[in-house]
Design a protein around this ligand. Structure first.
Ligand code: ATP
Ligand code: MG
Length: 487
């Protein structure tokens, strides 16, 4: 099925390579003629399946497709090509003025839609902006390649000497079977380092299985790690394999290892010493064939000194420690990371940020970054959403960066105005602000925010149910509080 006519015509350079998918012959020919008149190379077909095979054979800059096409509809086509290594910028033509179809197409990854019938001018303008997006995408890919080539290892970016040492260590240790312990403040990139280590090792053919020891309730963690047999406990209706088994041939990443309860510390110690484990409620002993990488932002030595963490486990884990420096100790990374996140969020958020002004950059470099790289990434993402294009200026930056010496809310002296004060609502507002700050710093991870506030995770969850707080969170995130915040 499907006729495919190849028309080429070059006039004003640079012409775009356009794939046109339209089953109505009159429309197809008219569009083809118009696009060729504008100097583009056009390949046209009437069928979705044929379009897919043409796209697999050679790269196109633009895909202009009808929604209703034989073989596969336009939206399915957009979904399928999203997986290709080079994706054309897609414009979908909707025949019935169906807004729903257009929305679906955009959600599937299309750049824009044209509602039929459309004029010659509208088509030209849409093609022109699609081409601008295409060149921006190419530039981004190119930029990222150079930045990564010069200053990166995997997805890790850095120009600082201390991080270069970390890169060297990762490269040395990756291909060994050694247990690795990654230590660093929150948001410094510990998880990214674990991923990079796994993907630089022979074990990359297996899976990297993460377990957040601080986020999974203690009662469930043992079964998460080692699996359970049917009937091992109430609710164990079927046998389930654990993450050590899933990671066989690969790597298990034990994140927040400092949060492990004493009984589980014993069990992990045994896996590290004997390389064996049993499922909960099971008698059979399994061999553990997973390389262990652990991480924590806690001071494990202090936990050991306070008898909260087993010394023997600490030494078993600490075979190759990787110390990740906080961002404030490697300020030369800040401009590079800003560039990296601008590229990333320009693409993800369809923004056109071009950089930061010298004044803004100097404020960004002198800020202390308590939330490290994650906080920086969050700020650039916020700029991509709110500012959208141009240079980031000082006035665009959050107050805490603009006035780094402003007193923190904890130090604000209480002042009762002449008319008096409503104690309970003021205290509630103060509490809400602290909770929001903790959530923002920890990227909305409830268990970490609770840790920062020295309260239980369940207490935090209770507090988040309060109407006044739920409203603030909804305003900040644009969403309902409970689905937004993860463990
Ligand atoms: N050197 C880096 N280059 C590029 N991106 C980075 C770098 N370091 C961290 N990031 C990014 O910053 C964010 C936080 O990193 P990551 O989750 O690895 O930190 P973490 O140390 O595990 O934090 P936490 O202790 O809070 O779990 C991620 O989006 C990560 O991709
Ligand atoms: Mg982490």
């Amino acid at each position: 099925m499907g006729s495919s006519d190849v028309h080429t015509f070059s006039q004003s350079p640079p012409p775009a390579h356009i794939l046109l998918v339209e089953d109505e012959i009159d429309i197809r020919e008219a569009l083809c003629a118009q696009l060729q008149d504008e100097g583009h190379h056009v390949v046209s077909t009437e069928s979705g399946t044929e379009a897919l095979s043409l796209l697999q054979q050679s790269p196109f800059d633009i895909l202009l497709t009808d929604v209703m096409i034989p073989g596969m509809n336009g939206i399915e086509l957009v979904e399928q090509i999203a997986q290709f290594p080079t994706v054309p910028v897609t414009i979908v033509m909707t025949g019935y003025g169906s807004v729903e179809m257009a929305v679906q197409a955009i959600k599937a990854g299309a750049f824009d839609f044209l509602q039929k019938p459309f004029s010659v001018e509208v088509l030209s303008a849409t093609i022109e902006s699609a081409l601008r997006v295409k060149s921006l995408r190419n530039e981004n890919v190119e930029l990222r390649r150079t930045v990564k080539g010069q200053f990166g290892l995997g997805n890790l970016i850095s120009a600082s000497e201390t991080m270069k040492q970390v890169f060297r260590l990762i490269e040395c240790v990756a291909d060994t079977e050694s247990t690795v312990l990654i230590l660093g403040e929150s948001g410094t990139g510990k998880e990214l380092i674990a991923q990079t280590t796994h993907f630089h090792s022979e074990r990359r053919k297996g899976c990297l299985i993460p377990v957040n020891c601080g986020a999974i309730p203690e009662a469930l963690l043992e079964s998460e790690l080692f699996g359970h047999e049917k009937g091992a406990f109430t609710g164990a209706v079927a046998t389930r394999i654990g993450r050590f088994e899933l990671a066989a041939g690969g790597t298990i990443f034990l994140d927040e290892i400092g949060d492990l309860s004493p009984p589980l510390q014993v069990k992990i110690l045994r896996v590290l010493q004997e390389r064996t484990f049993e499922r909960v409620g099971g008698a059979r002993t399994y061999k553990a064939d997973a390389r262990v990488i652990a991480a924590t932002n806690q001071d494990l030595e202090e936990l050991v000194a306070n008898k909260l963490f087993r010394e023997d486990l600490y030494y078993r884990l600490n075979v190759v420690p990787i110390l990740v420096p906080p961002l404030r100790h490697r300020t030369e990374d800040i401009p590079l990371l800003i560039e990296h996140f601008i590229n990333q969020f320009n693409e993800r958020r369809a923004a056109k940020l071009t950089g930061a002004s010298p004044d803004a950059m100097s404020l960004l470099c002198s800020y202390q970054w308590p939330g490290n790289v994650r906080e920086l990434s969050n700020i650039v993402e916020r700029m991509a959403i709110l500012k959208r294009n141009g240079l980031i200026e000082t006035e665009d930056l959050p107050e805490k960066i603009r006035s780094p010496h402003a007193p923190s809310i904890a130090n604000v002296p209480a002042a009762i105005p002449v008319g008096g004060i409503n104690l309970s609502s003021t205290v509630e507002e103060f509490e809400n602000r602290l909770i929001i700050e903790a959530l923002e710093r920890t990227n909305w991870v409830k268990s970490k925010a609770a840790q920062l506030l020295h309260i239980n995770r369940t207490t935090l969850i209770e507090k988040l149910k309060k109407k006044s707080l739920a409203e603030v969170v909804a305003n900040r995130t644009g969403r309902d509080v409970n689905p937004v915040i993860s463990f």
